[in-house]
Design a protein around this ligand. Structure first.
Ligand SMILES: Cc1cc2nc3c(=O)[nH]c(=O)nc-3n(C[C@H](O)[C@H](O)[C@H](O)COP(=O)(O)OP(=O)(O)OC[C@H]3O[C@@H](n4cnc5c(N)ncnc54)[C@H](O)[C@@H]3O)c2cc1C
Length: 472
């Protein structure tokens, strides 16, 4: 089977207008209100427990203890929210998309660390003052002579520092994705090490049933979501469907399409524009999963990804053999027709950003003339999926513009042009109704930012711009 020129029937209809987006926004408000409410609940429990009354300004240990306890409670609550954001939970993904959830997760990392450090220092200093000893002596007493739970919690803090430092941009750029991923897995270990001391020595939880009930429920909710959605569901789903590579096809000098077959593909449930995390079950690769977007609309015959050679694993994937077992995690992402509000659509892709754009062009409900596709390529003869986009455009009556060649200037996302018009002016010539349309962009992160700027200058409102960045 060469599915190169096989197309799936497009969606029959789509609900346009802003009402569905308002519904999503209400869902986001609800989830955010719950998150804030959990923090309010934690602080209220602390205050209702009479902790404020016990603070005597003239005796530092009492207010240091209060700081230590409050920072610990708030940090733990935000930490659980932080973990849930990357648990790949469908209800979070549907509301925010994987990239926005990941961005919020990143932003919360440092505040959590600061709160945990404040908790640690406030406890240490307060114990040292009470015991009339030095901070260094008190540290060793806590670590070595105060029971296993406290020693573990100190190790948990050390691990947490490693995880947060590895996520800071400068450090992150120096690490391979795999190293960063393994370091990040340590964060689960760090939380597990910190839990016992909260229940055994935490004055606000130990022996108090409403607080214990609150925290046990919160922990169980987060742990069950992570265990099921992040770890078990992909394995159960992939075993049920029996995903295997059924065919590969070279798309360009550095891109290959991989067709994955399996039982009951109708029930997999992805949408054009979404992505999966693909795990190749060979001895060498099973522990390194990578995200790839669907490059063909979902159908009951195959799931297709088109993979550009970008590094070590994507080079190996160019050579994958039919029969290789695959585990798929997903589908994820909100780069789909569900976010479309207007009749007219502009699809803009660069290089290996073509796969989701190709799938959207195939599946979107549209009349001839409704969709304008712009594909930025180094060379037309070596661009992945270009022939399929041409064929789709011909069949469905869409306009396809290929922008070929090197950039006119470093700030531009378009090839050089004799008239030297700014990008937004050229964009308006290529897609005259670009300001009236929903625009879906997919390509490298810096390129996507430049396209977004010229769309805004061309008059496209920001809520009509949808982007999928191939970045982590
Ligand atoms: C939502 C999403 C959808 C994507 N869809 C496609 C697609 O359809 N086709 C395609 O060819 N590529 C796609 N990518 C990019 C693809 O995941 C990376 O090129 C791939 O993971 C690189 O792996 P590597 O080991 O070969 O490269 P490495 O040598 O590890 O790195 C090469 C580059 O890829 C980046 N990268 C590495 N691992 C990841 C990761 N897990 N997530 C994101 N970026 C990573 C690195 O930062 C680096 O810039 C997508 C990325 C994302 C985030």
């Amino acid at each position: 089977m060469t599915a190169n020129m096989r197309f799936t029937e497009p969606n029959k209809k789509v609900r346009l207008g802003f009402r569905k987006i308002i519904k999503v926004q209400r869902g986001q408000d609800f989830v955010e209100a719950l998150a804030w409410l959990s923090i309010v609940a934690v602080v209220s429990m602390f205050l209702l427990d009479g902790n404020l009354a016990q603070i005597k300004l003239e005796t530092p240990p009492t207010w240091l203890t209060a700081i230590s306890r409050l920072t610990a409670l708030v940090a733990t609550d935000i930490l659980l929210i932080h973990m849930l954001l990357v648990a790949r939970v469908p209800w979070i993904d549907r509301l925010y998309g994987h990239d926005r959830a990941t961005l919020t997760h990143k932003k919360l990392g440092k505040p959590i660390l600061y709160l945990v450090i404040a908790h640690f220092l406030a406890s240490l200093i307060s114990y040292a003052i009470t015991a009339k000893t030095t901070i260094v002596n008190e540290f060793f007493t806590l670590a070595l002579h105060s029971g296993r739970d406290l020693l573990w919690s100190i190790l948990a803090l050390a691990l947490m520092i490693v995880v947060v430092v590895s996520s800071i941009n400068i450090a992150r750029k120096r690490l391979s994705y795999e190293t960063w991923y393994v370091v990040h897995l340590l964060s689960y270990f760090s939380v597990a090490l910190a839990v016992p001391h909260q229940f055994s020595t935490g004055t606000d939880i130990a022996g108090k049933w409403p607080q214990t009930f609150f925290w046990v429920t919160l922990y169980l909710f987060v742990v069950c979501n992570i265990a099921w959605f992040r770890f078990l569901a992909p394995i159960v789903g992939s075993v049920y469907h029996g995903f295997k590579v059924i065919e590969t096809a070279s798309e360009s000098s550095d891109a290959t399409s991989i067709y994955i077959g399996g039982r009951n593909l109708k029930r997999v449930g992805g949408k054009a524009g979404q992505f999966y995390i693909l795990r190749v079950m060979t001895g060498k690769e099973w522990w390194r999963a990578h995200p790839f977007s669907l490059s063909a609309a979902p159908n009951d015959k195959f799931i297709r990804f088109t993979i550009g050679k970008r590094g070590d694993d994507t080079s190996l994937l160019q050579l994958i053999k039919p029969g290789t077992r695959i585990i798929l995690e997903g589908p994820y992402g909100v780069f789909t027709e569900d976010r479309r509000t207007r009749e007219k659509v502009t699809l803009i892709a660069a290089g290996i950003g073509a796969p989701p754009i190709r799938a959207l062009a195939e599946s979107m409900a549209a009349r001839p003339g409704d969709i304008n596709i712009i594909y930025r390529v180094r060379s037309e003869s070596d661009a992945p999926l270009v022939e399929e986009l041409k064929e789709l455009s011909r069949r469905r009556g869409f306009k396809l513009t290929l922008l070929e060649g090197s950039r006119g200037n470093p700030k531009s996302w378009m090839p050089a042009h004799p008239e030297n018009l700014p990008d937004h002016a050229r964009l308006s010539l290529i897609a005259p109704w670009v300001s009236e349309s929903d625009v879906f962009i997919c390509g490298p992160a810096p390129w996507t930012k430049t396209v977004e700027k010229s769309l805004l200058r061309a008059g496209t409102p920001s809520h009509q711009i949808h982007a999928e960045e191939f970045a982590w």
